[in-house]
Design a protein around this ligand. Structure first.
Ligand code: FA5
Length: 346
């Protein structure tokens, strides 16, 4: 009887190791280990055995049963691996496919797009891109730029005075222009200096289609020995051509800014009518896009630069206006309004 058990064990293990799918394995299990299976059949025969022999064969039967069960576990693992392998052969996963139900992707605000484009242009000309605080001291925004407290030029840029900020009493303002960074840049980096500062500005405006209380500017300055008005015109011409095409010309007309001398109002040929005169440029052929000038000696001095040795020019573009002109936007208020129906067009 012991031999019969051993034979059964060998048969089951041999059969199980050959099987590679789980259904066939299950059939084999029922055939050998089921309640009416071959092992159960064999064990029934044990009832006829005498005490000692029954014990001995009982031990053999248990051994056979465990060995057979272990063989089934192994066979089952193998079958599972085989199925997984087969699945891998037929199913392909495209990991580059967008996830199902993924959120729609956002995009950059049009002001950010133009700002980044100009930052690239200026860095290609050796400028560094600087940053400065929006909540600014009255000193950096006005006084250090040659606009003393009682000067009427302050009325050109009426702003929001912030009482109590940093323990101040009205000496802190929301910056009215990014020129507030000029003194900070000269003090931080010294000479020679080429820097641009894009950023948000704030003015106490009665808003209309061309004026917002919150808008963007891009200020810039170059300070070195021998810097002249011609350098300024050259750089501003490059910017105008970059923005509005190679045929674009610039026109500089005198304008008073306390922090430059001489100061100019900068216009470019209207990109729509190429200077012929149209609705956009109000028949003039020119579009006003920046203020600029040679940096006033008082400002250089305030920045720690000797005006007897160094000279420089500064300019300030109305970045929001550049965006309006580039995309033909007829009302500046759309740009800060946050309406996605508008923003999704860019
Ligand atoms: C200035 O702010 C000077 N800091 C520019 C400057 C820099 C001159 C360096 C000389 C040297 P102005 O106030 O003109 O200048 O503003 C510059 C540009 O900002 C304007 O041409 C206009 O395009 C834009 N701007 C001014 N006020 C507003 C406003 N309320 N809404 C939208 N854009 C504005």
């Amino acid at each position: 009887m012991k031999d019969q058990f051993e034979q059964l064990k060998d048969d089951v293990i041999a059969a199980a190791t050959k099987i590679a799918d789980r259904d066939a394995l299950e059939r084999l299990r029922v055939e050998f280990l089921g309640r009416k299976g071959k092992l159960a059949e064999l064990m029934k025969g044990m009832a006829t055995l005498a005490g000692e022999e029954r014990k001995l064969i009982g031990a053999v039967a248990n051994e056979v049963k465990s060995a057979v069960e272990a063989a089934f576990v192994e066979a089952e693992k193998k079958a599972e691996r085989g199925e997984r392998y087969e699945r891998g052969e037929t199913e392909r996963v495209d990991v580059t496919e967008p996830a199902i139900g993924s959120r729609p992707r956002g995009h950059l605000h049009p002001v950010t797009q133009v700002r980044e484009d100009l930052e690239d242009l200026f860095t290609s000309m050796g400028f560094i891109v600087a940053d400065g605080p929006e909540l600014e001291s009255d000193y950096f925004n006005f006084t250090a730029l040659n606009i003393p407290p009682t000067h009427p030029a302050r009325d050109m840029q009426d702003t929001f005075y912030v009482e109590g900020a940093h323990g101040s009493n009205g000496e802190v303002v929301m910056r009215t222009h990014t020129s507030s960074q000029q003194i900070r840049a000269m003090r931080a980096y010294g000479t020679p200096l080429r820097t641009v500062t894009p950023g948000r500005c704030f003015r106490n405006e009665a808003t209309d289609v061309r004026h917002e209380h919150t808008f963007h500017q891009l200020d810039g300055m170059v300070v070195d020995k021998g810097i002249s008005f011609a350098h300024m015109k050259g750089v501003l011409g490059i910017v105008a051509k970059h923005l509005y095409g190679p045929e674009t010309k610039i026109r500089l007309r005198p304008k008073f800014y306390p922090f430059v001398e001489p100061g100019v109002n900068g216009e470019v040929t209207c990109y729509l009518c190429k200077g012929e005169g149209c609705r956009l440029c109000k028949k003039s052929g020119w579009l006003e896009v920046f203020g600029a000038g040679m940096i006033h000696p008082n400002v250089l001095r305030e920045g720690g630069v000797d005006p007897g040795v160094y000279s420089g020019f500064a300019f300030g573009f109305g970045l929001t206006r550049l965006v309006m002109l580039k995309y033909g936007i007829d009302d500046i208020r759309h740009l800060e309004g946050g309406d996605l129906r508008f923003l999704n067009q860019f």
